[in-house]
Design a protein around this ligand. Sequence first.
Ligand code: AMP
Length: 287
Amino acid sequence: MKIISGIKDMQIEAKKQMKLGHSIAFVPTMGFLHEGHISLVEAARKQNHIVVMSVFVNPLQFGPNEDFDRYPRDIKRDEELAREAGVDILFYPHVSEMYPDDRTTTLTVNRRVDTLCGESRPGHFDGVATVVLKLFQIVLPDRAYFGLKDAQQVAVITGLVEDFNVPVEIVPCPIIRESDGLAKSSRNVYLTPSERSDASELSNSLRAAKEAVNNGESTAHEIKKLVESKLQETVGTIDYVEVLSYPELKQIETIDEDIIVAVAVQFSAARLIDNVIITRSGIPIGV
Ligand code: AMP
């Protein structure tokens, strides 16, 4: 596994791979790797010659009172896990090279961000779109792999590549969970033992929502009430519970299209998100 931190070096390596006729897969992450990240690498390896993973805690997507400084980091461990997973190139850029002081342009995301994390974390998706577009220009991938754990991110990035005609295929991948259903997340390490046991209620509430829809409940408000009632039993504070169309993320009254049920719960030192996408066809989204 090659480790590259210079932007130019990464571009030169990507062009070399292209000349060799190799397809490039890209897995962008903020590091502190877990099985969720590794599942993206596995999907990427199946479809491409070369897998590039980036580890970059992107300051632009954190608000002033969020956890940028204390976001968990362990690059040595990440290197080992990435190597074991079969990553070919680990790209580990520096903040100062990614964001010099004198930027001429900025990106603003206009749609799909007036709800969920876009509403709770103003500017978050402007930062995500900016870093992803930059990383795409540096890594020059054919395909990029994103987890549906961050389903709003998938919706925003899909819009971004359409808007800017970016020649990258976006591949959504399913959510990887602990045995009790808790979605794997780098932030789970910040849960206290009692919060950790309560945290499985996020996925339990979403499973109940899916069951209710499959059993014929078609009123979005009823699904929202059901999920809220389950989450109120946790020690966390509900940030949001929403039932929306997917990927447009519009409010709906009646469930008659593909939808997402999405939740965010604030615990003492970690804000957790989870979701389920329920398609009309019953076929899950993602590889
Ligand atoms: P992060 O390092 O949290 O920015 O995540 C990097 C990528 O891994 C994103 O595309 C996430 O959606 C994805 N990811 C994070 N957690 C999971 C999970 N539990 N299952 C699947 N994908 C995940």
